[in-house]
Ligand binder design. Structure first.
Ligand code: SF4
Length: 176
């Protein structure tokens, strides 16, 4: 196990004191620089830097950045959610580290799905049955891995199969 312990620091964004969103930093007990290209390979980062080493993931509308000595997460609702997301990241890092002999370190950002390719396959009726205001908004969530082909009730037949097939070539970060 690479990360055994961390301490949690919570803060509210300073720009708006009434903003009901928490930021969180998990200060790690160990340097995890070598694990950063490994979790990028496993989870598919949105951006990565070599020096100083860090990788950022977009997960469910929030940014998670892993540095050599800390994990930063924004847009959290409360302390319980901060702990849940931090535990998920910690476990992903520890799993990648355990499997480091099998994983090729990745220093590039993996390709992401294209918004317009997704939108072209949707019914484009803006019916809102998926809970989103428009098919375009839904497509944006699909590019982030938050929604999938199964979440559009109006999508069926060949277009649904094409979307499932198209999305299967990409990596998405997620936690439950
Ligand atoms: S359910 Fe499908 S067709 Fe309707 S708004 Fe959502 S993405 Fe568009």
């Amino acid at each position: 196990m690479l990360i055994k312990n961390y301490t949690i620091e919570l803060s509210r964004p300073g720009c708006n004191a009434s903003f009901q969103s928490l930021n969180c930093i998990g200060h790690l007990d160990v340097d995890i620089s070598e694990a950063i290209p490994l979790i990028n390979a496993v989870l598919g980062g949105a951006s990565i830097t070599k020096s100083p080493p860090s990788v950022t993931f977009k997960v469910h509308g929030r940014l998670i950045t892993v540095y050599s000595d800390k994990i930063s997460i924004n847009a959290l609702s409360d302390a319980d959610e901060a702990k849940k997301v931090l535990e998920w990241v910690k476990n992903e890092i520890n799993d990648a580290w355990e499997k480091r002999q099998e994983i090729t370190p990745e220093y590039e950002v993996p390709q992401k799905p294209e918004l317009m390719k997704i939108l072209k396959l949707l019914p484009k009726t803006n019916c809102r049955e998926c809970g989103q205001p428009t098919c375009l908004v839904f497509s944006t969530l699909v590019t982030q891995g938050v929604k999938g082909a199964e979440d559009c009730p109006g999508l069926a037949g060949e277009n649904k199969q094409l979307l499932v097939s198209y999305l299967s070539q990409f990596q998405f970060s997620d936690f439950s």
